[in-house]
Design a binder for this molecule. Structure first.
Ligand code: C5P
Length: 226
């Protein structure tokens, strides 16, 4: 059976709210609970560990869920929060990691990413969307160095699913390396592991700014009516 980690320990400074991002209300419930409820409803997931902001490790009331839940204090960086949640989640393989900041994740996307690891013999499968903007590499002073080939670029998201041994090996690095990781798949790549992308729908957006929050609110309201 699979286990899942939800990282929700970020402060969410860019949102400008008076509380950590995971606890900000969107569509009538804390941001964190949208993805928690979707993950808890996926039959293959047996247990979920949630990394919460240190000092605020009480999960919001999530009602009855069909899954075991454990809350742990998160770390100073995202990858530290992942390591702490992994240590607390108990046995289970593969390991799915999801950012609480992506409330619009769907059960179909979770199942597609789980299936990719099971069927393709890779160390990790990651949700990602193909890039629609043209992407340029520029120097700090703004001078463009080159234009990248959009056809082979992917904007990486969560959920990400890992073979447990590969993830544990990848996380067994110093705090300086962990601090550089903006996603866990990068740690697996640098350890020599194989990673594949799974196309994700455009609505699996990450809530970072107040504008993102308004867009998520509108999309979640639509989901409630569907
Ligand atoms: O900061 P960023 O937007 O990349 O954070 C992505 C996810 O990682 C968020 O869900 C956030 O709560 C989580 N995070 C964490 N522990 C940290 C920093 C971020 O769990 N120290």
């Amino acid at each position: 059976m699979a286990v899942a980690l939800i990282v929700a320990a970020g402060s969410g400074e860019r949102l400008g709210a008076d509380k950590p991002k995971a606890f900000v209300e969107v569509g009538g419930k804390p941001l964190l609970l949208w993805s928690l409820h979707v993950l808890a409803g996926v039959a293959a997931i047996e247990r979920i560990a949630v990394a919460l902001p240190p000092g605020q490790e009480v999960l919001p009331d999530c009602g009855p869920v069909d899954c075991q839940l454990v809350a742990v204090p998160g770390g100073r960086t995202r990858s530290e929060s992942v390591s702490l949640a992994l240590a607390a989640v108990g046995p289970g393989d593969p390991v799915l990691i999801h950012d609480a900041a992506r409330p619009l994740v769907s059960a179909q996307l979770i199942e597609a990413v789980l299936a990719a690891v099971a069927e393709e013999g890779v160390d990790a499968a990651i949700a990602a969307s193909s890039v629609t903007d043209t992407i340029k590499l520029a120097r700090p002073d703004g001078t463009v160095v080159k234009t990248l080939d959009r056809a082979s670029l992917w904007a990486v998201q969560t959920p990400q699913v890992f073979d447990r041994a590969a993830l544990e090996r990848a996380l067994d690095v110093g705090p300086d390396v962990l601090a550089q990781a903006t996603d866990d798949a990068w740690l697996v790549e640098r350890a020599g592991g194989t990673v594949t992308v799974v196309p994700a729908p455009p609505e699996n957006l990450k809530v970072t700014t107040p504008l993102d929050l308004r867009v998520a609110e509108g999309l979640l309201a639509g989901r409630g009516r569907a």
